[in-house]
Design a protein around this ligand. Structure first.
Ligand SMILES: CC(C)(COP(=O)(O)OP(=O)(O)OC[C@H]1O[C@@H](n2cnc3c(N)ncnc32)[C@H](O)[C@@H]1OP(=O)(O)O)[C@@H](O)C(=O)NCCC(=O)NCCS
Length: 241
């Protein structure tokens, strides 16, 4: 697997607490996608070939190859020894020679952007969304946001509304991805506190799961909205800033 700087389509994005976030450039690029496909194992290649649309096919290959490259380098293993399992809700995890290594990850892709978060321990969730004004904002909002979130959205208009919608959305999705359940978990059953969607790091607990603490941070920029959620151990609760 060649990962020379000139050929890499991924780069460091942010350190977030004890997690590292990598940005993956997902702009259409035939030779990158062809190189990616060579790094995938047979099962992944079958999945890649079966995507009916070029966008999702490209995003899967470029992100999975970047994930493989970074995991191999961090763990110190060859690409051939690395494979992936998945939970009953579909959340992937790494295996080296069939055993789980001491590293957690989660990834997300949207349009031209992918983000991959890594950490030595604790469940992780990341979400990235390219911001697009959608006609179904109100309908979607009613389905996924709670009463306080809907009131906050009702107070803003135009670009600010789009920004806030995606802030709330990415924070919620990062949390349910960290939990590992994805949209099997009803996202309208918890609300994002204002301190979090106003842009600051915060510690969050699901009302249904008060004993587990998550370090949550909005990490979007001018090009995309994004958020990360990372499980904290009780010993880490005192040193969050
Ligand atoms: C996880 C989920 C929220 C992702 O939604 P999305 O906005 O389409 O996609 P994103 O780009 O943010 O994330 C996709 C990545 O999340 C990861 N992922 C998949 N399932 C996941 C889960 N349950 N929890 C966390 N991460 C998950 C994968 O790495 C996936 O990328 P890949 O398929 O290219 O490897 C959505 O797919 C979901 O709700 N899945 C659960 C469905 C379920 O219950 N399945 C059970 C049968 S498998």
């Amino acid at each position: 697997m060649s990962t020379s700087a000139a050929r890499c389509w991924w780069s460091s994005f942010r350190e977030v607490g004890s997690a590292t976030v990598i940005h993956v450039d997902l702009t259409p690029h035939a030779s990158r996608e062809a190189s990616s496909a060579l790094w995938l194992n047979e099962e992944e290649r079958v999945r890649w070939r079966h995507y009916p649309l070029p966008g999702p096919r490209r995003r899967f290959a470029l992100c999975r190859a970047a994930l493989r490259a970074v995991l191999c380098s961090r763990i110190g293993c060859s690409n051939e020894r690395l494979s992936f399992g998945s939970s009953s809700y579909g959340k992937p995890f790494a295996l080296v020679d069939e055993a789980p290594p001491a590293i957690r990850f989660n990834l997300s892709h949207s349009g031209k952007h992918g983000l991959i978060a890594f950490a030595p321990h604790g469940r992780l969730g990341v979400d990235v969304e390219e911001r697009i004004a959608r006609r179904d904002f109100d309908e979607l909002g009613e389905a996924v946001f709670g009463p306080h979130e809907q009131s906050a959205l009702a107070c803003v208009r135009g670009c600010d509304r789009v920004q806030l919608f995606f802030r709330l959305w990415t924070i919620k999705e990062a949390l349910i991805k960290a939990l590992g359940m994805g949209f099997s978990f009803d996202v309208s059953r918890f609300e994002v506190p204002p301190v979090l969607y106003q842009g600051r790091m915060s510690i969050f607990c699901f009302p249904q799961l008060p004993e587990v603490h998550w370090r949550v941070e909005y990490i979007g920029n001018e090009e995309f909205s994004a958020a990360i959620a990372h499980e904290l151990f009780p010993s880490q609760l005192g040193d969050q800033s």
